[in-house]
Write a protein that binds this ligand. Structure first.
Ligand code: NAP
Length: 519
């Protein structure tokens, strides 16, 4: 059995695009995917392909005249049908031996690896990812599959329990039932693949409701699941507006759990709706919710300022600041504040913004017209709340581009210090001391990621104890969590701290059963 000899988990290496062969490979993939843009994708419920005629059109945010995919939107009746189908197939799927599910998931990783450049290209076109960001994402998707396959193997084996005299005592993990998986658009492959593969490999049947911004990447991933052997009835790809089908999926009495990643408000709504038992429902629904962030980097007086500037820039403007882990607040000790702001703004002004298929651009577009409007409104608010030291320049045309924007001298009560903007906008705030900097960092309803740049061991010790975030980093950027090394999930309004890519994660998709036999 292939799964008996699984090697130790290792993170998937990133493709080096400075190698001419890799560069050519990526250019070929972009060319091929461009020729496939605009295709139509039906819904897929229990293996049945359904065209509703109610179309969802996804466009290239770098070039909005370019249609990436045309999808069919589900309605409430189809959402109900999807849950019923998943419920009917659950007994069969949950009885499939864990090693078979593990083997399928490893095959998903293998296929993704083979189609790496192609998936990179889809992410460039549909999500506006630069080559490097797309590559980091597919590597993460592969990592999730490899990691959860190993985790399932571990959890399917014998679990340590005390043996009472005269008994044989066991504990086994069994799946929950029908899961609704609702990912965001900003990691349209990795988060979707991570949540879906965790649910499926644990033996649950799944309804995937992809983001309306990135349905084509979801459809491509569904192809991979099928190719790897996941049965057609084990999952449904239910494209459609979250506001139209989300409540139906969450409230359905046969839904057993919801695995959500997205904004605070939608997460809170799901949590509230799921908590109310519906007629015919015989369980308490489980909600795994990973939500927004307002992540801070603290720059201490005694720190390597160049490294701090680079760490803040990468964290704030990688993927246009559209990461839940992105740094949107830099909190800087007064002793180094002025030189820090000067260096930061000088470097930000050199960042190249433009279409993400051109590897010369460090920043691509934001995801949509509504995102651009919302971010631009925040920039207007920010102009009144602080001093613009970068940004406020013309952005390229043809796509949803916004220049990297830095607003200095921002008070901690300012909206741009407190609210998640989810775009390339960084607030910089002065702290009187390290203690004060930590207070400011914790002055947030969120608690997802954070970082500290400091050479002072005592300050790092204090931060480890008091900086209240799910993922804390020292002397490095606050983005780029690696599966296995940095289990990911946040505190407070950032979610239920699921710790994706860590040893606790699969347990969220399972329940433990104790069996005691008198001997
Ligand atoms: P969003 O607007 O909350 O949407 C997330 C998903 O929820 C989408 O698939 C959306 O579908 C769906 N949805 C919308 N309304 C719904 C409803 N009433 N019921 C059920 N589902 C519904 O978030 P987003 O703009 O896609 O993503 C950005 C947010 O995600 C940011 O706040 C970011 O911080 C957060 N995020 C968090 C993490 C983390 O690990 N903590 C990771 C990544 C992103 P439609 O697209 O059809 O509306």
């Amino acid at each position: 059995m292939a799964t008996a000899t699984l090697s130790e988990f290792r993170n998937e290496p990133y493709t080096d695009f400075s190698e001419p062969a890799n560069r050519r490979g990526m250019e070929t993939a972009l060319h091929k995917v461009r020729s496939e843009l605009g295709h139509e994708y039906p819904l897929r419920i229990g293996g049945e392909l359904i065209s509703t005629g109610d179309r969802l059109v996804s466009v290239n945010p770098s070039k909005t005249s370019e249609v990436v995919g045309v999808h069919h939107k589900a309605n409430a009746d189809l959402a109900k049908r999807a849950v019923e189908n998943a419920y009917a197939y659950f007994p069969q799927w949950s009885a499939t031996p864990a090693e078979e599910r593990v083997r399928m998931l490893l095959d998903v990783a293998r296929i993704l690896r083979l189609r790496k450049f192609e998936f990179d290209a889809w992410m460039v076109f549909e999500a506006g990812k630069t080559w490097i960001e797309a590559e980091a994402e597919i590597a993460e998707a592969i990592d999730f599959c490899e990691y959860y396959a190993r985790e399932m193997q571990r959890l399917a084996g014998p679990q340590a329990v005390v043996q009472l005299p005269g008994e044989h005592d066991e504990m086994v993990y069994i799946p929950l039932g029908v899961g609704v998986v609702i990912p965001p658009w900003n990691f349209p492959l990795a988060i979707l693949a991570g949540m879906t593969s965790a649910a499926l490999v644990s033996g649950n049947t799944v309804i995937i409701k992809p983001s309306s911004e990135t349905p084509t990447i979801a459809a491509k991933f569904a192809e991979v699941l099928l190719e790897a052997g996941f049965p057609e009835r084990s999952f449904t790809l239910l494209t459609g507006s979250g506001s139209a089908v989300g409540d139906v999926l969450v409230q359905h009495p046969k839904t057993r759990f919801v695995s959500f990643t997205g904004s605070r408000d939608v997460g809170l709504r799901i949590n509230e709706l799921a908590a109310k038992a519906q007629p015919g429902q015989i369980w308490i629904k489980r909600v795994i919710a990973e939500m927004g962030g307002k992540d801070a980097i603290v720059v201490d007086a005694d720190s390597d300022l160049e490294k701090a500037v680079d760490g803040v820039l990468t964290s704030a403007f990688g993927y246009q600041g559209q990461k839940c882990s992105a740094c949107s607040r830099a909190i800087v000790d007064a002793k180094v504040y002025d030189p820090f702001v000067e260096k930061l703004s000088a470097k930000a002004k050199k960042i190249k913004v433009g279409p993400s298929d051109d590897p010369g651009n460090y920043m691509g577009p934001v995801i949509s017209e509504s995102a651009r409007k919302s971010i631009e409104q925040y920039i207007e608010v920010g102009k009144k709340e602080g001093r613009v030291v970068a940004g406020d320049t013309a952005a390229p045309e043809g796509g949803y581009f916004i220049p990297p924007t830095i607003i200095a001298d921002v008070d901690s009560k300012a909206r741009i210090f407190q609210e998640e903007i989810f775009g390339p906008v960084l607030a910089v705030t002065k702290a009187n001391s390290f203690e004060h900097a930590l207070e400011l960092a914790n002055d947030s309803q969120y608690g997802l990621t954070g970082a500290v740049f400091s050479n002072n061991a005592e300050h790092l010790r204090q931060a480890k104890e008091r900086f209240h975030v799910g993922n804390l980093y020292f002397n490095r950027k606050c983005t780029g969590a690696m599966v296995g090394a940095h289990p990911f999930g946040g505190f407070n309004m950032s979610g239920t701290d699921s710790k994706a890519g860590g040893p606790d994660y699969l347990l969220l998709f399972l329940q433990a059963k104790s069996v005691a036999t008198k001997v």
